[in-house]
Design a protein around this ligand. Structure first.
Ligand SMILES: Nc1nc2c(ncn2[C@@H]2O[C@H](COP(=O)(O)OP(=O)(O)O)[C@@H](O)[C@H]2O)c(=O)[nH]1
Ligand SMILES: [Mg+2]
Length: 322
């Protein structure tokens, strides 16, 4: 049996192998993806993002177990170098996370943080495609909040949950880092801690202002999605059902807002990510030709040129050639 046949028959070892194959961009990976993609299976992708220690892995753990209890098949992707899924956390956490590994309905995968030439978003998207082809219903993507990565990875998800905690400044932080733009649901985890009520109210009033600003700046036929703030305590399961209900509502909203569903958005972002990756590879191979570079470096260090003018000049001549 070929590895794709084993994959199609539900062999998890074949699944893991295909993920590595695709992630490492080995010869022929695009054909493999194309075959899997043509199966037409899709899952609902939910991103959870937020600062380290906010409780993302704990939430993912709770959600995955609860969905699996309902008979759903759940794929988990951890894009977090410090995640227990990738072995970077305290032993206690790792043991706790291993609860997921024993379940036949759950598959956990941590992403190599180096990413492909197309970046982490491109490889995360491709791992999603593989998991979808395998037949998962829901994919949970955990990303650590470190700026651009979370924004990129969020772009491959259908709903994005931004997780924060009652520590002071978080609401403001969320606004600053562009998280406000990508959040479909705010999850206030560790709401067992002091200050949770206050920060929830604070965030809700910011969201309200934000909503009013958007309402006046844009005319839309459909009502705006109202980003809810859901308090949770991942350690004892409080609020997990409410959090998932909010995700389900957002999913419903998306399919109502656009009858073609989120498929068009997704097809576009899949296409753009793949194109950018091809462009990147092409650029690396031709533009970053070492001979040209070596000569330019020599000129820069002996003071005949600067990197800015040189970069522009090399780029222009590369463009003329192609
Ligand atoms: N008090 C409290 N602690 C929590 C809660 N959720 C997670 N933690 C703890 O916070 C720490 C970090 O959690 P983890 O899920 O690894 O966070 P991540 O880095 O965002 O994935 C762990 O020790 C958890 O047990 C919560 O709701 N309340
Ligand atoms: Mg984590």
């Amino acid at each position: 049996m070929s590895i794709l046949e084993r994959f199609a028959s539900g062999d998890r070892v074949a699944l893991a192998k295909i993920i590595s194959f695709v992630e490492d961009r080995r010869e022929g990976y695009e054909n493999v993806l194309a075959q899997i993609y043509s199966g037409g299976k899709i899952a609902y992708r939910v991103g959870l993002t937020g600062p380290p220690g906010a409780g993302k892995s704990s939430l993912v753990n709770r959600i995955a177990v609860s969905l699996s209890d309902q008979g759903l098949r759940v794929g988990v992707i951890a894009v977090d170098p410090s995640s227990p899924f990738s072995g970077g956390a305290l032993l206690g956490d790792r043991v706790r996370m291993q609860a997921l590994y024993g379940r036949p309905n759950i598959f956990v995968r941590s992403m190599a943080t180096r990413g492909s030439s197309g970046g982490l978003a491109a490889s995360t998207k491709d791992v999603c495609v593989v998991l979808e082809g395998f037949g998962f219903d829901i994919i949970l993507v955990e990303t650590v909040g470190v700026g651009q990565i979370e924004l990129d990875v969020a772009s491959v998800c259908d709903s994005v949950v931004v997780v924060f905690v009652p520590e002071s400044g978080d609401a403001i932080q969320a606004m600053k880092s562009g998280l406000m733009e990508i959040a479909n649901i705010f999850c206030l985890n560790k709401s067992d801690r002091p200050g949770a009520e206050r920060i929830k109210a604070e965030l809700e009033s910011i969201l309200d202002v934000y909503k009013q600003v958007r309402a006046t700046s844009r005319k839309r036929s459909l009502p705006e999605w109202e980003t809810p703030v859901v308090p949770t305590v991942a350690t004892n399961g409080t609020g997990i059902a409410e959090l998932w209900a909010a995700v389900s509502q957002h999913r419903q909203y998306r399919s109502q807002a656009d009858p073609a569903g989120y498929r068009a958005d997704r097809a576009r972002s899949d296409l753009v990510l793949s194109l950018l990756e091809l462009a990147h590879i092409q650029l690396e191979q031709t533009l970053l030709d070492t001979q040209h570079l070596d000569r330019a470096v020599e000129q820069i260090i002996c003071g005949q040129a600067d990197p800015y003018t040189m970069a522009r000049r090399l780029f222009e001549s590369w463009r003329r050639e192609h």
